[in-house]
Design a protein around this ligand. Structure first.
Ligand SMILES: Cc1cc2nc3c(=O)[nH]c(=O)nc-3n(C[C@H](O)[C@H](O)[C@H](O)COP(=O)(O)OP(=O)(O)OC[C@H]3O[C@@H](n4cnc5c(N)ncnc54)[C@H](O)[C@@H]3O)c2cc1C
Length: 381
């Protein structure tokens, strides 16, 4: 949308017929809402159905520990807006229609890149058609085709997540809740009429866990979160596995091709930052490349600047995710049934309210926030 706004003619190729993907990043953070605000889209975005998360708590041993506060962030929307990803993407599609250069083709899977004289010159679609372009942006997620051409460095992730949802009484606002107990860790996100739940498990254990049916899993969940109404969880097919990945490309581009978002760096779900980092990459790519592209100039020499700009926040967040998964979640997971008290950081955040702004800020705003600097050359329709 930003490239079309800058006057480029763009075609977004989406392999699915719709954007419907349950349990995908639904967490629109303050950093993304700042971007929407800069584009004059925030009010329209917030009119769409969503719930708002302003704090995070840890429930342990029958007590609640407050560990993060978003409400005190100095930003235009100091909360996490929980909106299904298909609604968010539909919203962007609708907004994109205001620009004549914006085109979107659904049900159009890309098979591979066309390479000519050492450059990516376009894509070949699965139906055999070939589309030529001056720049291909690989925003096709963590199984990106670009990963066949550009090297990826894996950073180990010792956890997987089983997603499910259970009914919840409408309101009052429950925020983000981490529950630990009885050998289980569950993260609950308030979605107004239901809880979106992440059951954190050791990597590769999903099959073993689900083999004995839903009964033993429900017992573990109930031990960690006794107040959850688990009656709707009747079969293991209600649990959706997210195989957690953490990696990044060492080089994000080659002539004619630029990878951004999960394609360039698969994120762990810790902190729910994946979409927001992908949006920041997109803003940065448009800032650096779109004006030259719109003028018809050569952009190959600009592409590595996007990696240069975005590597620091990517590394920073991935390092934080790795520390949390290796030093906090994994020890808790391996001793969850023997834990006597919550981790020290949780006790510190609970004891000193001023400290809670730190996780709120890191999750909500991240580091090296982008501002929209790409031009708007055509007035909105
Ligand atoms: C189960 C799950 C839960 C998650 N939870 C969160 C969360 O709570 N918060 C958060 O911020 N992040 C979360 N993430 C991560 C988040 O979804 C990603 O970080 C974010 O969506 C990355 O955006 P992206 O646009 O780079 O890639 P994606 O969202 O993966 O989008 C890639 C798009 O490219 C399309 N595509 C792929 N291959 C092709 C092809 N060959 N041809 C055409 N189209 C193609 C796909 O259909 C898809 O629409 C979660 C991820 C998963 C898997």
């Amino acid at each position: 949308m930003l490239f079309a706004r800058a006057g480029c003619k763009i075609l977004v190729l989406e392999k699915h017929a719709d954007f419907f993907r349950d349990f995908r990043g639904d967490t629109v953070h303050p950093s993304t809402m700042e971007i929407l605000d800069q584009l004059g889209m925030l009010d329209r975005f917030l009119k769409r159905p969503h719930s708002e998360i302003r704090r995070a708590d840890l429930r342990f041993g029958g007590r609640e520990w407050r560990i993060a506060d978003f409400s005190r962030l100095d930003t235009v929307a100091p909360f996490i807006a929980m909106m299904p990803q298909w609604d968010f993407l539909d919203f962007i599609r609708e907004e994109g229609k205001a620009y004549p250069g914006f085109n979107l083709a659904m049900s159009t899977p890309v098979e591979r890149f066309i390479e000519e004289n050492g450059r990516v010159a376009g894509v070949r679609l699965r139906d055999g058609r070939e589309l030529r372009s001056r720049l291909v942006i690989a925003a096709d997620g963590r199984t990106s085709i670009a990963r066949r051409l550009l090297p990826v460095e894996a950073l180990a992730a010792p956890i997987d997540v089983l997603w499910f949802h259970v009914d919840k009484e409408k309101g009052p606002e429950g925020g983000l809740r981490f529950n630990i107990g009885g050998g289980a860790i569950i993260v609950l996100m308030d979605r107004d009429t239901y809880w979106q739940c992440a059951f954190v498990i050791p990597k590769g254990q999903a099959e073993k866990l689900t083999a004995s049916g839903i009964g033993p899993i429900r017992e573990r969940l109930a031990a960690a979160a006794p107040d959850l109404d688990l009656s709707g969880l009747s079969d293991v097919s209600d649990l959706k596995l997210l195989s957690v990945m953490l990696d990044r490309m060492t080089c994000w581009s080659k002539p004619g091709l630029l990878a951004i978002g999960d394609a360039a760096h698969a994120m762990s779900p810790i902190g729910g930052v994946g979409i927001n980092l992908a949006v920041q990459d997109a803003v940065s790519a448009a800032n650096i490349v779109s004006a030259t592209l719109a003028r018809g100039g050569d952009v190959d020499h600009l592409l590595d600047q996007v990696r240069h700009r975005r590597l620091y926040p990517t590394r920073f967040i991935q390092r934080a995710q790795k520390i949390i998964q290796d030093r906090i979640i994994w020890p808790m997971l391996s001793q969850a049934d023997r834990l006597q008290r919550p981790p020290l950081v949780a006790r510190l955040f609970d004891r000193f309210p001023a400290l809670r702004v730190i996780p709120g800020r890191l999750m909500g705003l991240g580091v090296r926030r982008e501002r929209v600097r790409s031009p708007e050359v055509r007035p909105r329709a």
